[in-house]
Each structure stands twice: as structure tokens, then as C-alpha cells.
Design a protein around this ligand. Sequence first.
Ligand SMILES: NC(=O)c1ccc[n+]([C@@H]2O[C@H](COP(=O)([O-])OP(=O)(O)OC[C@H]3O[C@@H](n4cnc5c(N)ncnc54)[C@H](OP(=O)(O)O)[C@@H]3O)[C@@H](O)[C@H]2O)c1
Length: 392
Amino acid sequence: MTRLNRTDRPYDIVLFGATGFVGTLTAEYLAAHAPEGLRWAIAGRSKGKLERLRESLPGGAGIGVLEADVADPASMRRLAEHARVVATTVGPYVTYGEDLVAACADTGADYLDLSGEPEFVDRTYVRHDARARETGARLVHACGFDSVPHDLGVYFTVRQLPEGVPLTVDGFVTADATFSGGTFASALNQFSRGRQMLTAARDRARHEPRLMGRRALAPTGAPRFAKEVGAWAVPLPTIDPQIVKRSARALERYGPDFRYRHYAAVRHLPIAVGGVAAMGALVTAAQLPPARRWLSDRLKPGEGPSPEKRAKSWFSVRFVGEGGGRRVFTEVAGGDPGYGETAKMFAESALSLAFDDLPPTAGQVTTAVAMGDALIERLRGAGITFRVAATR
Ligand SMILES: NC(=O)c1ccc[n+]([C@@H]2O[C@H](COP(=O)([O-])OP(=O)(O)OC[C@H]3O[C@@H](n4cnc5c(N)ncnc54)[C@H](OP(=O)(O)O)[C@@H]3O)[C@@H](O)[C@H]2O)c1
């Protein structure tokens, strides 16, 4: 791998999609927490909206503005050439995202997004991982609530367990929060693309090298009452277990035989059953174009929970790790998962890629592999809890 020389690029970080719901929160976070001398720009398709956003940000005069539209691949190339790190919130990524990944892989710019879309992540692996390895670009997907607390939480848990032995970790997610129009649109789009998602996963499996001499698995667990956390555990079919599995494949520290299972933890059985039924109904409705249109009209892109609602929202992910005769209980917790904390995780990931002394990686990498301890320290400093609750 030869990392292209990127020091002559005008910006350390370019935030694309800065005028959207999470984009604006991320821009506000960066403006409030930018280290001295950070060279950064906001990018999007509407110059007027970008100018208005810049005026509203502290230190706005020092923030660049770049116009770019996903329908114009040359503008994606310009973004990549202008930045050491490009952070994009423009989703659904499977619809809008690929040209920017290609441009970053080709120009050696680091890339990060908020994608929780397995089809997109598998597709970019097959098409752009090899080129990114050549140029030294790090392509880091899922840098929001999908999948930072889970990926880094498992990484943190594994580090409390003995080395060189088989390990199992179970993650139990609880949260009180609502979602934005952008998230809802991405989820509906994903639910309607089950066949394409399977095809992309199979294609990836054909391209990905086999793991030699070790095992790293993320099987779907069975619904059960989990005594260890005192709640009903319902398997969560998000991208998170796939991301954790990739970290386990890449990092020897996860041991010779690693297994992760990912659950929602629900205190009362009727709520668990109702949640599964509601999710099933949503997935079914997403298959029918008229029902999908009706649903997507309920919550428009750019809309999201109010500051009051976000202030009351919270998340907690509890992990139970076992191996080598030791059992450890850990927790990652914070405020509003989808937006306040996602913007924080996203901005801190961009700053980490731009400035931290990180292990030498390239190609499609997870947050644990690319940033690991450095990102945990940043998030702790920003108020997200990573703690060991008990050890046995
Ligand atoms: N858990 C997580 O990790 C997590 C949490 C939150 C969100 N997300 C994901 O993040 C993404 C954004 O969510 P959101 O709620 O912020 O959505 P949003 O408010 O709809 O914002 C989307 C952004 O994309 C921009 N955009 C749309 N079409 C474009 C085009 N042709 N060219 C350039 N820019 C374009 C929009 O620009 P305009 O402002 O000009 O319309 C806007 O800035 C979604 O995919 C969502 O699923 C993930």
C-alpha cells in the first residue's frame, strides 16, 4: 500500500450532505469542537442552503463551501480531490452513494458514511476495496449509531477477556428514541431490496479471502429470556453483527474462534412480540410500491425529532463476553442514538481519521479496525460511556 500524499489538499475534512438533518447536527458539532486550525468545508447540492448553514455556524467565515450533486460524478471527484477525509450523509447510500466511494478510493481520500445498508457495503467492497488498498484510502461505513457502539463495544469487551482462547460476546440493545425522514427512507428502501441484498452478500463472499486458521461468526440468536440482562432478547437484523464479524476477522485479538450475537433487549414479552410483528408488517408493506409511497409520505427527508425529544432520548448497549474461564459485563451508553450521538460519533470518526495516530490500514475497514482505541477515547471525552460493569 502506498498512501497518496494528501497534505496539499485544501481541506482536512469535507462534510457532504451538510444541509440534511444529521448533516446539520454534524456541522454544528464540528463547528463547536473543531481543533485549532481545522481546515474544513460543508458540501451539498444547494449553494443557498449551504451559505445559510455557514452563516449560522460559529466561526462560519473560516468554513469552505463546495457545491456537489450525486447526479454529477465529476463533482464527486472534486470533493475527493479537495479533502483528506470526506464524510457523507447523503443516503439512501445504495441509491446515491457509490460514485463518491469510487472517487475517494481512486484519489486516496479517506471516506466515511452513516450507511446501515448491507447491500451498499458489500457492493463497495467488491468494486472499490482493491483500488482503495492501492491508494491507501480507508473506506469506513457505518460510523453512526449503526455501528459504532456495537463495533467498538465488542472491541472494548474483547479487550477485557483473555487472549488466544475462543470468545463469545452477546450484545443487548435498549433505546428510547425516534427517527428522521432520511433514516426512514433508507430503511424502507432497504426492506424493499431483499433479493439484491442477498446477491450482493453472495458476491462479496466470492471475493473475500477465506479466514485461515481462525473462525469469526455472527449467527442469528434465538429469541429467549436472557437472565444475564433480565430482559427478553430478540435478534436484531441490523448491519451491526456483520460489521462486528469483519472486525473479528481482521483483528487477531478476537481469538481463534469468535462468535457474536446481536439482540434487542425488551423488558416485557408483549412489547417484544409487538415489535417483531410491527417490523414484519413494515417489511411486508415495503414490498408493495403504493404502500411504500404512502409510508414514505408520512415522514419527509430533512425532517426529524425535535430538540426536546432528542434531549430525552437515550441508548444503552450491554455486552456479555465469555472466554478462558472469565465472564465480563460491559456497557456503552449515551444520549439520543440516532441523531445527537450519531452526529458526535460521525464527527469524531472524521477527526480521528484526519488527526489521530492510527494503525496502518487501507481499503474497506470497520471503525474498530481503523480507529479502535483512539475513537473510544474521543467518544469518552465527548460524554459517551464505555465501562466494565462486572467481571466474574
Ligand atoms: N444509525 C445511523 O447510523 C444513522 C442515523 C441517522 C441517519 N442515518 C443515515 O444518514 C442518512 C441521512 O439521514 P438524514 O436524516 O440526515 O437525511 P436527510 O435529512 O434527508 O438528508 C439527506 C441529505 O442528502 C442530500 N441530498 C439528497 N439528494 C442529493 C443529491 N442529489 N446530491 C447531493 N446531496 C443530496 C440532502 O440535500 P438537501 O439538503 O439539499 O436536500 C441532504 O443534505 C440516511 O441514509 C440515514 O439512514 C444513519
